[in-house]
Design a protein around this ligand. Structure first.
Ligand code: MRU
Length: 341
């Protein structure tokens, strides 16, 4: 269901339903080990979401929907299913896709019970892969021949059910023979760029060079970046974009250096109920993600560490938003409303 069987994908589906369980690639173990977690209960899945075994906005949307299917099959009382759905939706606050997926599966369950919830989750998963391929096709037009593309965090196959959004654009450009090369910021503190994006691009045979996050400005100043392409966790009605911490400084740098700054995201990431970026809830994660690296404390014990997981890029710094329905250009208000209806 989750991928075209005629297409050999070198990266397995991030999330799928297998014999009554939700099976996930365990992203905490990459790149060292490609292993899977099987969630048999809503508790298991909530834990997988909050510890980032599964992460990335569209993957969280599918996780939320499969979670409701799991709740509907494993919990007896209707009130318990609704409570489980609320818990799933609250497991991480910033990516709107999570509550979007939960709500869609819950509505299906209200209408048709556990089977309908599962069918809806499967539909969301299949539509995610198809939508990402469409994002890739639309977005590849914004990638020049032999482009040096800078990306941040992981908006690849692993952040979705398959294919990826921002990396889907790079991948589609690669498949179209444009020979793109990627600069990947390591993405402190959880290192999604170093651990996940570099792993994916390497598997796909797309040239990739890892950089410390702090090198982006120097690269743009020396003329070595042709386009920045990133994903999104939530896009407000005015076009402000929440994405991984460190995205906003890239957009400021891109504007300063005349480099296009492109956001690739499915329409499920658009939240018309959130008027501007200042209303987007930004997740605070544990300080030890900053103070401890690979199990080793790198700061003096007792020193405070702040760990905002996302930042907000104002719409005025965004050159284009690529969705499965096409490329949106500023002003975004009307374009986003049209694209999401
Ligand atoms: O904290 P994470 O790893 O879930 O953050 C992920 C991102 O910021 C991605 O860029 C975003 O979800 C888009 S994924 C297609």
């Amino acid at each position: 269901v989750v991928s075209d069987p005629t297409h050999q994908d070198p990266i397995p589906p991030t999330i799928e339903w297998r014999q009554g369980r939700v099976r996930l690639i365990d992203q905490r173990a990459l790149p060292g080990e490609l292993r899977f977690v099987e969630c048999a209960s809503v508790d298991d899945l909530c834990d997988a979401i909050s510890t980032m075994a599964v992460r990335g906005a569209p993957a969280l949307g599918a996780a939320g929907a499969f979670g409701v299917a799991l709740a509907a099959r494993t919990l007896s009382d209707d009130a318990n299913v609704r409570a489980a759905a609320r818990r799933l939706g609250g497991a991480r606050p910033t990516a709107i896709n999570l509550t979007w997926g939960v709500d869609r599966a819950l509505e299906a369950w209200e209408r048709g019970g556990a089977d309908a919830a599962l069918a809806e989750a499967e539909r969301i998963a299949a539509a995610d892969v198809a939508g990402n391929r469409a994002i890739g096709e639309h977005g590849a037009g914004l990638v020049p021949q032999s482009a040096r593309v800078l990306t941040h965090c992981n908006a690849g196959s692993l952040a979705t059910v398959g294919y990826g959004t921002a990396l889907g654009v790079v991948r589609a450009a690669h498949e179209a023979g444009k020979r793109p090369r990627a600069w990947v910021g390591e993405t402190r503190p959880v290192l999604q760029g170093a651990r996940l994006t570099a792993w994916e691009l390497d598997r796909l045979g797309i040239p990739v060079t890892l950089i410390a996050d702090a090198m982006a400005g120097s690269l743009m100043a020396s003329g070595d970046v042709d386009v920045v392409v990133v994903g999104a966790d939530r896009i407000a009605a005015n076009g402000d974009v929440a994405n991984k911490i460190g995205t906003y400084p890239l957009a400021v740098l891109a504007r300063e250096h005349g480099v296009p700054f492109v956001v690739a995201a499915p329409t499920s990431t658009i939240d018309l109920d959130t008027p501007t970026g200042s209303a987007i809830p930004v997740e605070e994660r544990p300080p030890d993600e900053v103070a401890v690296v690979a199990g080793e404390r790198i700061a003096p014990t007792g020193v405070a560490a702040a760990n905002r997981a996302f930042d907000v890029t104002p719409a005025r710094l965004v050159t284009a938003i690529v969705t499965e329905r096409g490329v949106l250009r500023p002003p975004y208000e009307d374009a986003l409303r049209t694209a999401s209806t």
